[in-house]
Design a protein around this ligand. Structure first.
Ligand SMILES: Cc1cc2nc3c(=O)[nH]c(=O)nc-3n(C[C@H](O)[C@H](O)[C@H](O)COP(=O)(O)OP(=O)(O)OC[C@H]3O[C@@H](n4cnc5c(N)ncnc54)[C@H](O)[C@@H]3O)c2cc1C
Length: 342
């Protein structure tokens, strides 16, 4: 009995996690803070290190933020390297491999966004382990819940491979209370990654440029309100109604794949199985049929409102509030009646 208890304690203590962290403007991005929250739920006793990279003063600000972005990082070492200015997947995967060799972590976690999905499979291949992707629940350090069949079923999987156990997590399933992100906790020490043995030969990909849209709207993946338009909008010009409504409500804009394919909006606004997964407090869908691939990306939203002129549209099966009507009448009316955002 005593032996079993001691072994249990040793197993618990042996959880040490490397979180692959993204940062912008000197702060750790919210999905990476969710990855820390996921790391924390592996074990009460887990030690958590953040790996971040970049250059200039914002990297140092982000490193300070990394050290205090979540209470559970307070005892850990954020690792810092000023190379990797541009987030290319191949060198990043090599960096993760290098850091794992020296750190011997039991787990490596990244958010399941474009960056994480790009880096993690490459890093897992270099480490010769099989990654577990899109984790939405952690029941113990090697047992995870993940959606299958476009979110229509949940499967519980147990990782039985060698260390490290490599995961991507859905950030919407590991929310971080705003307080804990902002709270001032004792800063964890910041250490520089030793890159002396790093092989710089990674010419399979080359950085060319980075474009980002300057928008005051919240990020689609973390917004409290998302206003989505579908094919029924008919044109990019008409889609501006959705944008106006989003501006009034301080919301992010989403789109169906049909709307993206028709060229109404860029594809980074796509919500669904092959787009972004969102779970806002309020999701409003205008002229969206509710195809299974779209539902896979938004069905966990707290309140779903749908406007569709077809009373039999499948979106009404998941909607909390439905309005059978023409969006070309409903949206102008909403725009007229809603107060301007302060
Ligand atoms: C492998 C795969 C992956 C996919 N991934 C995604 C994904 O990630 N995200 C995604 O969205 N889709 C995805 N799709 C596509 C998906 O199957 C649907 O084709 C798509 O979601 C339909 O978009 P929609 O609802 O805008 O268009 P439609 O299905 O054409 O629906 C338009 C709706 O608008 C309504 N409507 C028409 N006019 C009006 C009006 N004036 N007022 C109000 N309502 C009106 C209609 O009644 C209809 O219900 C994927 C498909 C495949 C095969």
């Amino acid at each position: 009995m005593a032996t079993r208890m001691i072994l249990g304690a040793i197993r618990k203590r042996s959880v040490s996690t490397l979180v692959i962290a993204e940062h912008e403007g000197g702060t750790i991005k919210a999905p990476s803070v969710s990855a820390v929250a996921a790391a924390k739920s592996l074990s009460d006793d887990s030690s958590i290190s953040l790996l971040l990279a970049g250059s200039g003063p914002s990297l140092h600000e982000a490193a300070s933020h990394a050290a205090s972005c979540h209470p559970s990082v307070s005892q850990a070492n954020p690792l810092l390297t000023n190379k990797f200015k541009n987030p290319l997947a191949e060198p990043w995967a090599k960096l993760v491999h290098l850091v794992q060799q020296s750190g011997g972590y039991s787990h490596i976690i990244a958010a399941s966004n474009s960056f994480g999905k790009n880096v993690i499979p490459r890093a897992a291949a270099l480490l010769d382990v099989s990654p577990i992707t899109d984790v939405t629940g952690i029941s113990e350090s090697h047992t995870f819940v993940r959606p299958i069949y476009a979110g229509n079923a949940l499967s519980t999987v147990r990782y039985t491979g060698a260390n490290p156990c490599v995961l991507t997590i859905r950030s919407t399933s590991f929310p971080v209370p705003q307080k804990s992100v902002d709270s001032k906790v004792d800063q964890a020490p910041i250490s520089q990654v030793d890159l002396s043995t790093f092989d710089e030969d990674h010419d399979k990909s080359r950085y060319i440029s980075h474009t980002s849209q300057d928008s005051e709207r919240p990020d689609l993946g973390n917004a409290r309100i998302v206003i989505t338009g579908g094919r029924a909008l008919k044109s990019a010009e008409n889609f501006k109604m959705i944008e106006k409504l989003a501006n009034k409500l301080g919301a992010a804009v989403g789109a169906t794949r049909a709307a993206v394919d028709a060229g109404f909006v860029p594809n980074d606004l796509q919500v669904g199985q092959t787009g972004k997964i969102v779970a806002p407090e309020l999701y409003m869908a205008f002229g969206v049929s509710g195809a299974i691939q779209h539902l896979a990306g938004m069905r966990d939203s707290k309140v779903i409102v749908a406007v569709n002129k077809d009373a039999d549209a499948p979106i009404f099966q998941v909607a909390d509030y439905g309005l059978v009507g023409d969006l070309f009448e409903v949206i102008p009316e909403l725009l007229e009646k809603l107060p301007e955002k302060k």
